[in-house]
Design a protein. Sequence first.
Length: 294
Amino acid sequence: MKIVVCAKQVAFTYTRTGRDPVQNYIAPGDSIFRINPWDEAALDIALNLKEKESSIELIVLTLGPLIAEKELRRCIAVGADAVYRIDTEDDLDSWAKSMLLSKALKQLDADLVLCGKESVDKQNGQVGAFIAHHLDLPFISDVVDIVETGSETVSTDDKKARAVRNAGKGVREEIEYALPAVLSISQSAVTARFPDYEQKQKAAQAQLEILDVDQKDAVKKIVHKRTFPPKPRPKRVITPDSSLPAFERINQLLEGSNVEKKGAVLTGDPESQAEGIISYLIENGFLNTEESSR
């Protein structure tokens, strides 16, 4: 069985010491290059599977220029069998990235594809779902663990596996799915893995393979226009009357921070509540009664 972990190389900015506003006040030494933490969680789950079943082949797939070579080699040191890279310098959106990764995954013939829930730099969480779309494979999001099916964690005979996903508010779902499949991993407790000297030497000598992928179809569908800070929402603060005692002045300040919420509480049976919601939508122009009557 072959498991491929899609790992993104990211520049993590931990401080701003630059002087140029065009560069967002970021100096070259303000960033460190690493593997996306969510993808590290995916790698950790894959390594746990490999420790249980030695027949699993574990491959790390990355996209873009080689900016975090040390961290990619650490993936080999802790247990990955190989690292493959798609060499491109283009600024791609999630759709184009997923298209290139899908072509590479077809070449690698993966039985199970793991990727992080999102990246710490973009945080859109779209690549995994797009990969499943391109490959026409089952997709499960927010996976926190892969559980055993009988005596095996992943059954390659009947091409089925089970995963536990986060359903929100502390609820967990156990889902059975058919292989091959794509899973996006939600970050959880990652095992601290420390390779020994021999493993580090082996990783340092390993060849980072480059996959030849046709990039002519990787066309961006989303164009980034600009980045801007959130719009400030000033709040009216009442100046307390200086002639009043301190206690009453403090009450005036506290009353000025209270915001009265507008709305209405609907009561009664579901039918009357539904009529109330529709009436509200019509009164506020959200529903056009002329178009709905046609």
